[in-house]
Design a protein around this ligand. Sequence first.
Ligand SMILES: [Mg+2]
Length: 421
Amino acid sequence: MKTTRGFSDAAATRRGFLATLGAMGVAASVRGESAGAVASEELSRIESEPLLNVSFVKQPVRIASIELLRNGRVYLLRTRSTDGAEAITVPNPDRMAVMYPLLLKQVAPFFIGRDARDLERLLWDVYRHSSNYKLQGLALWVCVAAVEMSLLELMGQVTGRPMADFFGGTLRRDIPVYVASGNRGNSPEAEVTHLQRMVAESGARALKFRLGGRMSRNADSLPGRSEALIPLVRDTFGDDMMLYADANSSYDTREAIRIGRLMEEHRYGYFEEPCEFDDLWSTKEVADSLDIPVAGGEQEFSMHRWRWMIANRGVDIVQPDLHYGGGMIRAAKVARMAAAAGMQVVPHMSGGGLGYLDVVQFASFTPNIGPFMEFKGNTDLPVSCATSSLKCEDGTVRCPTGPGFGVTIDAGFASRAQPVS
Ligand SMILES: [Mg+2]
């Protein structure tokens, strides 16, 4: 176990900090309090254990076609089985706009003719296929995720089973969310007004805003904005609101620790991505130094590095992105490894498309899910759902129960989408 450095003033302050977070449901993530060190070998064993339950998919679901379609800025994947089943799913739109050649040339063709029930194994096979591993990164895995989610949907359609059934079953349907502001560069006062509006519209009991300047080598988006916002947001929303802040890789260790101490002083729930995201060593140094939990991993795509981060407590809360990291199965494996170390998972939500729905589905079946999921608001993509409004109501979003992702994309919208080649 790593050492934990307490608050500089008194143990009483630290106990108060922990008690506050405990009341907010995050005590399990505070460093050194309940987490156990887990050997890398044990995490390897957990990662290699079969995870996806397809025992109820009795017949092969052989993949006949995978087509990428586009309607405006929205991309759709239309996947059909040889038996005539069809799934229409939504890849991450912003990444697909630039990565689609990789999907069309290197990823989708590999799956044609395969049985979707082999999906978990096929994730490794497509990684090896045609030297795809040489392209290892978000660009590759976002394409694999697009196909992975479409095949989960396809099997959901064939069996009538919801997403959660493939991952051990539904644990919860009402998912508390935090609202996330995407602003930088506005004044602290303007940002607080924006946060107040988001909270009023959603009823959320948790929120997140942005610190620093995004990959900015310590420069703030406005001089002094972060130092002003941290106390101002706490003063504005009071002690009952869970507060998170995200530096998006802004700081070196020294500046991250300085900002993190300010967040501790104002009882923030976690500090997201303090240092450049691929600098695991600096991130761990910050996590070791601070009492506030450090969260991260939204750009991570390497299972080896996830294992290292969990075994070495490089972060306190893991945040796999369901698209960037290769899909639901790989993110669920990260969650299982984290669970073995007593760590929570709060998946990062890719904006656009149906990112909010993907996160809600993931939360419905993940035992060690954090107390609030990210919610950046509904998009204008036309979907219908009989089992959920899909809206944030009184701070929660209800997880659909229909087959697969549980929503139907408007047939007219899908029919107007044009094939991308
Ligand atoms: Mg982030």
